[in-house]
Ligand binder design. Structure first.
Ligand SMILES: Nc1ncnc2c1ncn2[C@@H]1O[C@H](COP(=O)(O)OP(=O)(O)O)[C@@H](O)[C@H]1O
Ligand SMILES: [Mg+2]
Ligand SMILES: [Zn+2]
Length: 510
C-alpha cells in the first residue's frame, strides 16, 4: 500500500512544502528512506520505528520505503519525523489516506512517542497557507507561532497518538487561538529603560534622535563612564512601533533560530547586543544547519556593538557587505540562503586602551598606541557610520542637575513625525528610511539651493571628504530637515550634518 503526507522545511527564511510518500510491500522487513537526506533525517528511521512501537502500533514485518520530495532540495533537521510516522501508519491502513490531504504535518519524535518542538514553524505554516493548506499539525510547544498565521487552522499535539486521533477525526482538540491585537499592546517601558534617566548629554541624545529617525548607523566615542552604554540601551525606547508585517518578518527569523519560545510573535523592535567575543558565524549566520546570526536577529531593530575595537577584526569587517545590502548571503555546499539584515548599527568605543585620550591629564598612551587602537576600526567600516559623536565625561554637578529630562515618549513622538515625512516622500518607491538613499536617489530627494550647495562644497574641500562621506552628510541633512518637518534642506541642516562627520576626522584624521 502507498500513502502520501505533507510536511515542510525551511529554505532561507521561507517555508517549503515537502511531500512524504510511504510504501509498504512484501519482502524482507527493511525500512528505507530516500530523497537527498542529511544524516539527521536518515536517523528518523530509528526514531519513527521505536516511537511507533512505543505508541502501541504493531506493524506487520514488511518492506517500508519512504521518499521525501522534491528531490533536488537537501533535507535537514528533525521536523519530518511526525509526517513520516503518519505516512507509514496510513500505508498500513491505520488512517484513511484522504484525511491527510488538507494537513501539513511537522514535529520531531521522541522514542516514547512524544512530539518535540522544532524550529521554523512560523515560516512553514505561513507558506503552507499560501499553498492552499487549510489545517496543520505542529508540536504543542510551537502551536502559538503557527496560530499567528490567519486562514489556516493550527493544531498543537504532544504525542504521536494525539496526531493520529486528530487525523482520524475522532479527536475533539480545538485549533490554537492567538489574540494578535493583545500581543501588540506592548507596555511602553517593558524593560523600564527611559531616556529621562540620562542626565545632560544633550548633544549625544540629539544625535541619537536623528540616527533613529533615519535609521542611520551611529558611532559613539568617549571615555569610560560617560554613559555610552547607558544611552545605547535606551534606543529601542524611542523607536517607532512595529507594523504587523514587520513583526511577522522578524518572527520568522526568530522561529528559524529557535528563539520564539512560546511568545507567538516578536512585537517589539529587536535590540541585540552581542558580546565582543562573538564568533563570525554567530554574528552573521551560518553553521552546519544554517541559522540566522545576530545581524538578522536585529532586523528592523538595533545591533549594538559595545567596545567595538575589542571585537575580532575579521568579525566586524564581515559586517560591511550586509550593511550595504541589508541582507546576508550564506553559501553552503548544497544551497545558498539569504537572510534579511536590515538593522541600525550602533557602536560605542573608548578612544584608546586606557580610555581617556585626548585628555592628557589622565591618558599616558603614546600617539602610536592610540593610533593602533583606533586603527582596529578600518576606514571602510568607519565610512559605514552616517553619524559619529563624542560622549563627553560628565562632571559631578552635571549629574546632580534636577532639571527635568525629556522622556523617551517625548522623543519618540518627534521620531514618529520624521518617520511619517519619509513614508510620504518615498511612497511608491522601495525606500523606507533616509539611510537607504543611493547616490542616484539622493540627487532626486536631497536637492540643495545655491547657498546650501556652496556650504557643502566648502566643507568637502576643507575636510577633504570622500564621495561616500559627502553622500552621508546629505542623507543625514535630509533626516534633520525631516525632524524639522521641512521638505527643504537648509544650511542649518547641512551644518549640523557636517558636525557629525567631523569626529572621525578628529580621531582618525592625520
Ligand atoms: N549622563 C548620565 N546620566 C546619569 N547617569 C550616568 C550618565 N552617564 C553615566 N552615568 C552613570 O555611569 C554609569 C556608567 O555609564 P556607562 O553607560 O556604562 O558608560 P560607558 O559605556 O560610556 O563607559 C551608568 O550606569 C550610570 O549609572
Ligand atoms: Mg560602556
Ligand atoms: Zn589612553
Amino acid at each position: 500500500m502507498f500513502s502520501k503526507a505533507y510536511s515542510g522545511a525551511i529554505h532561507g527564511i521561507d517555508g517549503l512544502l515537502i511531500s512524504v510518500e510511504a510504501d509498504v510491500s512484501d519482502g524482507l522487513p527493511i525500512f528505507d528512506m530516500v530523497g537527498f537526506l542529511s544524516s539527521e533525517v536518515k536517523e528518523a528511521r530509528e526514531r519513527v520505528r521505536i516511537a511507533l512501537k512505543n505508541s502501541g502500533y504493531l506493524l506487520p514485518a514488511k518492506r517500508i520505503t519512504v521518499n521525501l520530495s522534491p528531490a533536488d532540495i537537501h533535507k535537514e533537521g528533525t521536523a519530518f519525523d511526525l509526517s513520516v510516522a503518519i505516512a507509514i501508519l496510513t500505508a498500513f491502513g491505520h488512517l484513511p489516506e484522504e484525511n491527510l490531504k488538507d494537513f501539513l504535518i511537522i514535529g520531531e519524535l521522541s522514542l516514547n512517542g512524544n512530539v518535540n518542538k522544532v524550529n521554523g514553524v512560523l515560516p512553514i505554516v505561513y507558506s503552507a497557507k499560501q499553498q492552499g493548506f487549510t489545517k496543520c499539525i505542529v508540536p504543542k510547544e510551537n502551536a502559538r507561532e503557527g496560530a499567528v498565521v490567519a486562514g489556516i487552522l493550527t493544531y498543537g499535539v504532544a504525542t504521536l497518538a494525539e496526531a493520529v486521533e486528530l487525523l482520524s477525526g475522532r479527536s475533539d482538540v480545538k485549533p490554537e487561538n492567538v489574540d494578535i491585537t493583545s500581543l501588540f499592546c506592548v507596555d511602553d517601558d517593558a524593560d523600564g529603560l527611559d531616556f529621562s534617566e540620562v542626565a545632560g548629554q544633550l548633544a549625544a541624545k540629539r544625535a541619537i534622535e536623528i540616527a533613529v529617525s533615519g535609521m542611520h548607523n551611529i558611532l559613539m566615542i568617549g571615555p569610560p563612564g560617560s554613559g555610552k552604554t547607558m544611552i545605547a540601551k535606551r534606543i529601542s525606547s524611542i523607536m517607532p512601533e512595529l507594523s504587523f508585517e514587520e513583526s511577522v518578518e522578524i518572527s520568522k527569523i526568530y522561529s528559524i533560530a529557535g528563539l520564539l519560545d512560546n511568545q507567538a510573535l516578536i512585537a517589539r523592535r529587536p535590540f541585540r547586543s552581542p558580546h565582543h567575543t562573538i564568533t563570525t558565524t554567530a554574528l552573521v549566520g551560518g553553521g552546519r544547519i544554517p541559522k540566522p546570526g545576530e545581524i538578522s536577529l536585529a532586523h528592523h531593530g538595533v545591533l549594538f556593538l559595545d567596545e567595538l575595537p575589542e571585537f575580532m577584526k575579521n568579525t566586524i569587517e564581515v559586517l560591511r557587505q550586509p550593511l550595504e545590502d541589508k541582507s546576508v548571503t550564506i553559501a553552503r555546499l548544497n544551497a545558498t540562503y539569504r537572510y534579511p539584515a536590515g538593522f541600525m548599527l550602533v557602536a560605542a568605543m573608548n578612544p584608546c586602551s586606557c580610555g581617556y585620550y585626548p585628555d592628557r591629564n589622565k591618558c599616558n598612551c603614546s600617539i602610536n598606541l592610540v593610533k593602533r587602537y583606533l586603527g582596529r576600526i578600518s576606514q571602510p567600516l568607519l565610512d559605514r557610520f552616517d553619524i559619529c559623536i563624542e560622549a563627553l565625561q560628565m562632571n559631578y554637578k552635571e549629574l546632580q542637575v534636577n532639571a527635568k529630562q525629556e522622556t523617551s515618549k517625548d522623543i519618540r513622538a518627534r521620531v514618529a513625525i520624521a518617520r511619517q515625512m519619509q513614508l510620504n516622500r518615498y511612497q511608491g518607491t522601495n525606500i523606507y528610511f533616509n539611510c537607504e538613499l543611493t547616490p542616484r536617489t539622493i540627487k532626486k530627494f536631497c536637492k540643495l539651493g545655491v547657498e546650501e550647495q556652496s556650504l557643502l562644497e566648502e566643507a568637502f574641500h576643507k575636510m577633504n571628504l570622500s564621495a561616500r562621506a559627502y553622500h552621508r552628510i546629505l542623507k543625514v541633512a535630509r533626516t534633520i530637515a525631516d525632524l524639522d518637518q521641512n521638505e527643504k534642506i537648509t544650511t542649518r541642516h547641512i551644518s549640523e550634518a557636517i558636525c557629525y562627520r567631523s569626529m572621525d576626522q578628529k580621531y582618525w584624521g592625520e
